[in-house]
Design a binder for this molecule. Structure first.
Ligand SMILES: O=c1ccn([C@@H]2O[C@H](COP(=O)(O)O)[C@@H](O)[C@H]2O)c(=O)[nH]1
Length: 266
């Protein structure tokens, strides 16, 4: 079954478009979890237990797992999320030349969806796009301040670079498996892109810690009711100073975000 059909079902089941970002910064994990072999996994397990009823997906960012214990923590996290029935979107921003990108795409055997970087062009994304079951979210207009440096450049045609990316991603969507990453911090661009590509679901990061606009994220992020609004630190570190009660604080934060976003859903 296609990722976006699975996501549609998941959104209906939990009545939520919240993507819970699993970015377990080791410097912020509660001290008492330090006694575990894999503190990041111990942390994520508790976060998943507390948030899964509100999570449309989990979005681990690969940056927080790129060391031997990290890979192990990520494997456990993916299996546990799947055990709870929650799809996993790996935020890895992948793509490279042919043989390398084919290797990168192997990860789709273990996760449901991935973020990719379009900068190297279509061939660098081909093995991801060819996987009909997986969701492929193409970076389009990112939430960071420097996102404008390249993405807002005006091309000879008069389009912005991010608009060209959206147009190409729409063409690459032969298997209905492509979405865009568009930050909640860019309200005008969100609106512009929704008009340009009405059928592509967006992954919208940047609400919560980055201060993006939750209403715009929902209004423009969803295509036919399908799309994702991500918060990572705002959920998983909501109870950073609550000691052993950190996980229940994250559950409450996920529930609050779900309710807030649901106000704006049709
Ligand atoms: O444009 C982008 C693309 C990806 N991200 C990622 O989303 C989360 C956001 O974390 P918060 O703690 O909610 O700010 C993180 O993994 C980023 O790498 C993004 O923020 N913006």
């Amino acid at each position: 079954m296609n990722f976006f059909d699975r996501l549609h079902d998941r959104i209906r089941t939990v009545d939520s478009v919240v993507s819970v970002g699993l970015d377990p910064d080791p410097s912020r994990i509660p001290d008492h979890l330090g006694e575990y072999d894999l503190p990041r996994w111990a942390f994520n397990r508790r976060i998943i237990d507390a948030t899964h009823e509100h999570a449309a997906v989990y979005k681990p960012n690969a940056a927080f797992y790129e060391d031997p214990d990290g890979w192990a923590a990520l494997e456990e996290t993916i299996a546990y999320a799947h055990g709870k029935g929650v799809p996993v979107l790996l935020d890895a921003k992948r793509a490279d030349i042919g043989n390398t990108t084919r290797q990168y795409a192997q990860i789709l055997e273990r996760v449901d969806a991935i973020t990719v970087n379009p900068y190297m062009g279509r061939d660098s994304l081909q093995p991801f796009l060819a996987d009909e079951e997986a969701g492929v979210f193409v970076l389009c207009r990112t939430s960071n301040p420097g996102g404008a440096d390249f993405q807002d450049l005006e091309l000879e045609t008069g389009e912005r670079l991010y608009e060209r990316v959206a147009a190409l991603a729409d063409l690459w969507n032969e298997h209905d498996n492509v979405g865009l990453v568009v930050g909640a911090t860019n309200e005008d661009e969100l609106e512009d892109l929704r008009e340009q590509v009405p059928d592509l679901p967006f992954l919208v990061p940047g609400v919560g810690a980055q201060g993006g606009d939750a209403e715009a994220a929902v209004e423009y992020g969803l295509a036919n009711g399908v799309g994702l609004v991500n918060s990572s630190r705002g959920i998983i570190f909501a109870g950073e100073h609550d000691g052993e009660r950190f996980a229940s604080a994250s559950g409450q934060a996920a529930k609050r975000l779900k309710s807030r976003l649901n106000q704006y859903r049709d």
